[in-house]
Design a protein around this ligand. Structure first.
Ligand code: SAM
Ligand code: SF4
Length: 322
């Protein structure tokens, strides 16, 4: 079991398999990303898998594959199958923008993927193009349907943005509910890579908008989940991820692995250690020691939570995977 020095059990590994992305979401990426890493710096799937085995053997029970856009990395299903074959009962999930899902959903499901979180900020084609800086909506919706048809559980993630999709929150919620999917509204987190003119809606504003049409009650939060859960009168549950109001540090159960092999104990890069050398040599002992060290480095609170909210973070979501 992996327990850090503050008594938190760490059983959740998020793996970013690439920084690259086929979108340029205004809240996530600069139009010209300035730090694409060269391909040779990426850990191969074999190297990533070596670390995954170490992590599973030490107590990791949940793995999420993310990015950048994870589906732009070739043969992702092969990597998913490696993990699933090693531990078939692992909670194996993927976060994707959905654009390529139409072509891969069935393959991913057959490989052992269980769940998907898909980003969907709007149901309006023009707005989708404005946000992602590319015409995307048709393919994204087709990807959503393909994932449901393949039998994957799909949650939708919506970053709530003032003047952009605030008049659509109810339609997005109804769309998700109609398709039997949970939607989670995410507060926009300010960062230096995002466009300057963006303003996010806070959780109270999101709730106020939905309350104009529906009676909402607060539901029980799932342990270790950053989402606050709310219920409509008919029992449909949706979530809000509200980092401006809550810090999730007390119940944090996760560590992150970046595409180039940095093992990151917290949302920020400080105190991250590289496993690249160890896994390229197939050295399980050293990889395991690095994991223990990173756990030791896991801070009690992230920088945001200790009062730097007013500074815009330089943390890039496309690098750490959100
Ligand atoms: N490309 C995939 C996607 O978009 O789902 C996975 C990576 S993306 C970085 C993971 C999540 O981070 C997405 O749900 C996205 O909406 C969210 N995200 C990115 N930038 C954000 C920001 N500035 N504030 C809040 N959420 C953000
Ligand atoms: Fe790409 Fe996801 Fe970032 Fe959008 S949020 S630019 S889809 S990594």
């Amino acid at each position: 079991m992996l327990v850090d020095k503050y008594g938190r059990t760490v059983d959740y590994l998020r793996i970013s398999v690439t920084q690259r992305c086929n979108f340029r979401c205004r809240y996530c990426m600069p139009t010209t990303p300035f730090s694409w890493m060269p391909k040779e710096n990426l850990l191969t799937f074999e190297e990533l898998f070596l670390f995954v085995k170490v992590a599973i053997d030490q107590g990791v029970t949940k793995i999420r594959i993310t990015g950048g856009e994870p589906l732009v990395r070739k043969d992702l299903d092969v990597f998913i199958k490696m993990i699933s074959d090693y531990k078939p009962d692992i909670d194996l999930a993927l976060t994707t923008n959905g654009f390529m899902l139409r072509h891969y959903a069935k393959r991913l499901k057959d490989a052992g993927l269980k769940r998907i979180n898909m980003s969907l900020d709007t149901l309006d084609e023009k707005k989708a193009k404005f946000i992602a800086q590319k015409g995307i909506l048709h393919e994204v919706l087709a990807g959503f349907e393909a994932a449901l048809d393949a039998g994957l559980k799909v949650k939708l993630n919506t970053v709530a943005l003032k003047g952009i999709n605030d008049n659509e929150l109810v339609s997005l919620l109804e769309f998700a509910k109609f398709r039997g999917s949970q939607i989670r509204f995410i507060e926009y987190m300010e960062n230096t890579h995002a466009k300057d003119d963006l303003k996010g809606l806070k959780s109270d504003e999101i709730l106020a908008i939905i309350s104009e049409k529906y009676k909402i009650t607060k539901d029980e939060k799932l342990p270790n989940s950053p989402a606050s859960i709310y219920k409509l009168e008919d029992g449909y549950k949706f979530g809000i991820i509200d980092p401006h109001k809550h810090d999730f540090c007390e119940s944090c159960n996760r560590i992150r692995l970046s595409a180039e092999g940095l093992l990151i104990p917290c949302l920020y890069f400080e105190d991250a250690l590289s496993i690249k050398d160890a896994v390229s040599k197939g050295d399980i002992v050293v990889a395991s020691e690095i994991l223990r060290q990173v756990l030791e480095n896991k801070p009690e609170k992230n920088k945001w939570a200790v009062g730097t909210q007013n500074e815009t973070s330089s943390r890039a979501f496309y690098q750490t995977g959100g």
